[in-house]
Write a protein of this length. Structure first.
Length: 276
């Protein structure tokens, strides 16, 4: 049943077997890669863990304040610092919730930079009425789909009909982030989520929902820039989603999950090889 769940925990969301954007990313490489991923789930990488903590700090500040603490200064290998960490754990604080001073300060720096940005703050922060970490469930092309939305800004505010997404990055400069938006498939995620939101909310045409990305750099001064994906990006994403949904449905029906083509494939060098 199509709906938006505003209270579903991340664990319960990820336990749901519906098709997600991260699954689409693997399916794009090949169905075999997706099947292997589903049957052999990988533990989150350090970068993924950091991203999750940053999202919690920005989008769910109350949860962050309760669950995470700034660890002691100094070399964690020394006896004194080890004792300080042990004391925190004796207080019932899980080891993974004790952040290094650098990691904790990074989270606070990113949160404060967004707080002081006139647009990003209204798009993302609960203090401005945004609904954060909303789980969407819908059906498309006879496939059950899901998406976890970072923020839905307040409907009667300055940015109605918007899905807002927080992305940490190396550079939020326009040309750099444009490449990141393509390389990491943000355009496809945007189309996938916009389709889901329109399906759930029964949004009539020509009313449209926009997908806005708040890009913020991972290092000080935590420079932030807000991007609206243009029509060309969304159209490219829509076409890719349509093709991948059909591929996924075929794989489900046939229980065949092919990898690369079996025949010999002609190989050309990339375009930049001919610029010498």
């Amino acid at each position: 049943m199509k709906h938006i769940d505003y209270s579903l925990s991340p664990e319960d969301y990820h336990a749901n077997g519906a098709l997600s954007n991260s699954m689409l990313s693997r399916l794009k490489k090949s169905p075999a890669h997706l099947k292997h991923y589903l049957e052999n789930p990988e533990p989150p990488t350090p970068a993924m863990i950091t991203g999750t903590i940053v999202h919690t700090c920005v989008l769910e500040p109350d949860i962050f304040e309760v669950n995470f603490v700034r660890g002691p200064e100094g070399d964690r290998r020394t006896k004194a610092v080890k004792a300080e960490y042990a004391a925190l754990e004796e207080q019932g604080i899980h080891r993974e919730c004790i952040l290094s001073p650098a990691a904790y300060d990074q989270c606070i720096g990113i949160r404060d930079a967004i707080y002081h940005h006139p647009i990003a703050s209204q798009l993302l922060l609960p203090a401005y009425g945004a609904t954060t970490e909303a789980s969407m469930f819908w059906e498309a092309a006879e496939v059950q789909c899901r998406g976890r939305v970072d923020a839905l800004p307040v409907e009667d505010g300055e940015y109605p009909h918007v899905i807002a997404d927080l992305k940490t990055c190396v550079s939020a400069e326009e040309s750099d982030f444009s490449r990141a938006a393509y390389n990491f498939g943000y355009y496809r995620q945007a189309a996938f989520y916009l389709n889901g939101f329109a399906c759930i909310e029964d949004i009539p045409m020509p009313t449209r929902t926009d997908f806005i990305i708040v890009a913020i750099e991972k290092t000080a001064p935590y420079a932030c820039q807000v991007f609206l994906l243009d029509d060309d990006a969304i159209e490219l994403g829509q076409e890719e989603v349509r093709v991948l949904l059909n591929v996924y449905k075929q794989c489900l029906d046939s229980d065949e999950w092919p990898a690369y083509p079996q025949e010999v494939t002609s190989l050309s060098l990339p375009g930049y090889a001919h610029t010498i």
